[in-house]
Design a protein around this ligand. Sequence first.
Ligand code: SAM
Length: 330
Amino acid sequence: MIRFSEYMSEWLYSDDGYYATYKAIGKEGDFYTSVSTSKFFGGSVANHIISLVDEGFLNKDAVICEIGAHHGYFLADIIEFIFTLRPKLLESLKFVIIERFDTLQEQQREYFKNSFGDAINLTHYKSLNELRCKNAFFIANEIFDAFPCELYYKGKTASIDAHKIEFDIEDASIDAKAKKYNKDRGEIAIGYEEFALEMAASCDKFEFMSFDYGEMMARPDFSIRVYAKHKTIPLFDQEIKRDELFKNSDITYDVCFEHVKDAYAEAGVEFIELKAQMVSLVDMGILNLLEILKDNADEKIYEQELQKAKMLILPNFLGERFKMIRFRKI
Ligand SMILES: C[S@@+](CC[C@H](N)C(=O)[O-])C[C@H]1O[C@@H](n2cnc3c(N)ncnc32)[C@H](O)[C@@H]1O
């Protein structure tokens, strides 16, 4: 018998776990994120990074660090747009990926080599604990929904035996968290506090921007689900075959941003804002970037890119359901 959080850790992060093995993302792959939808996602963040340099928050030799990069597409798109908009900056910015799996580090190095040759200096660390710097911009897409969690139901925390879920553990700390976030059932994420402390200790002055699916206040229900073959299966579905899905599919849940915010507050990092992804991308200049493309590319390419970017900024697609949360340590 193990706790649900240990089961989820094994599912995603053991040597043969779901994230440890390199998989295609996108139409042919298992999951589809904003990163794989349009380059203008990274482009908008690049535009924002340039504005942070211009206003003096970021130094020209700041660290630009992606956490949980999988393929490395997001950081690569950011670099490509910095190259287009402010190429000189690429000579001084330092690029870092935090990636715990050697196989993924290898794939990311390969992708950067194919995309940029030797022009970009990319450093990998397995954890934020290994990074020490003065000034940084941290970026992440869909990582808080990939932290292991406990499942909670009316005062009891779940255990797992042979893929069967029972609510039979008394845990005062999970109980306290559930009460704090007004849940009588649902997921309680494990590890946000430690992660926020590690980030705060890694850098003197930084901004952290992260995109995830969820709400400020947790919804009073279970959202935990598995993605398999482009289908979403609730973990408590009657028909679910957890033994077959275990380690072979993505498992995730809605993020309670209040919990993320509290973890960063405890680590002494200031909460700046939480807003819909589509609003944040417009604020960071996605429409201006599309205008620049319109003026410089042929109509067919512009139309193709516009259709993809629309997925990020139109209501009912990724843009409305996802949120951007932003913090600063000064
Ligand atoms: C849903 S995937 C998203 C991958 C990629 N960011 C994208 O948008 O396509 C979640 C990623 O977060 C990583 N991750 C989760 N917790 C992490 C942590 N504490 N530190 C670093 N990476 C983490 C996982 O290894 C996985 O690669």
